[in-house]
Every structure is written in C-alpha cells, then in structure tokens.
Design a protein around this ligand. Structure first.
Ligand code: TYD
Length: 133
C-alpha cells in the first residue's frame, strides 16, 4: 500500500505551537497547491477517486476524520486527529474520507497543479488501469 504516516516537528513554547512544511527530510515533495476541506456532515463520504500522478499529504489541522485507502488489493482505514501528523498518499490509490468531527479541517498539500485529467473517478476503470496492468 502506497502510503506513509509522516510525523512533523513542532516548534512550541508557552505561546503556542507552529509547524512549517517544506520539501526535505520530513516532507516528500515540492508543494505546488494547497487546499482545505471543512464543513462536512459527519457521515458524508468524500473522495471516491484515485490520481494517476498526483501525490498528496493530508493534514487534519483541526478535529478528526477517517481516510479509507484502497490499492485494489487491500483497504486500510486511517484515523487522523493530530495536526503534527501527515498522511502521505502516493499515486494510484483509491481514497474516500468520512467520519468528520464538527470542527474538522483537512489541509491538503499537493505535488501538482489541479488537473482533472489526472483523476480516475470510476472504480472499475481504476482497477483496470492500476491493478490489472
Ligand atoms: P474533488 O477533488 O472532487 O473533491 P473531494 O474529492 O474532496 O470530494 O473536488 C471538488 C470540486 O472542487 C470539483 O468541482 C473540482 C474543484 N477543485 C478545484 O477546482 N481545484 C482543486 O485543487 C480541487 C482539489 C478541486
């Protein structure tokens, strides 16, 4: 399964905490795009796609949610609830995410600009493209 849980260094003192992310030992790629997701109903299921090339790191900067990753052979569920943790999802992984806390904000750091042609939005196509090749 092409994912890793990254642990980021926290700069912190009595004033609060700060995490800085840039390509290096703790972060795997140059960041070309950032977007964030919030305001989701608890049981809504988002995602339902894979990417042909794009790599992403998901950071639950507030609250919690679950990611379900599927490489066509096995599925894993990862609970994110810590802003110092990043879920690094490489390409060709089918993902859904759900079980959002009310205060959940997911920040996504992406290796490429937005490109709809990079999406695989049909699960059978995903299996054909990725698993059977
Ligand atoms: P989508 O990736 O389908 O959302 P999710 O998988 O999180 O449910 O994107 C939702 C909409 O937002 C879709 O119309 C495309 C648009 N969008 C952009 O315009 N730029 C982006 O960087 C992203 C990620 C989405």
């Amino acid at each position: 399964m092409m994912y890793e849980l990254l642990k980021f260094s926290v700069h912190g003192n009595y004033q609060g905490k700060l995490i800085a992310l840039e390509k290096g030992d703790e972060f795997p790629f140059d960041i070309k795009r950032v977007y964030y997701i919030w305001g989701n109903e608890k049981n809504v299921i988002r995602g339902h796609h894979a990417h042909r090339k794009l790599e992403q790191v998901m950071v639950c900067v507030a609250g919690s949610c679950d990611f379900i990753l599927d490489d066509g052979r096995e599925k894993v569920k990862i609970h994110l609830n810590d802003p110092s943790q990043g879920l690094y999802i490489k390409h060709n992984i089918w993902r859904t995410f759900t079980n959002f806390s009310k205060d959940c904000v997911v920040m996504v750091l992406a290796s490429e600009y937005y490109d709809e042609a990079d999406y695989i939005r049909d699960y059978n196509l995903f299996l054909n493209e990725v698993v059977n090749n």
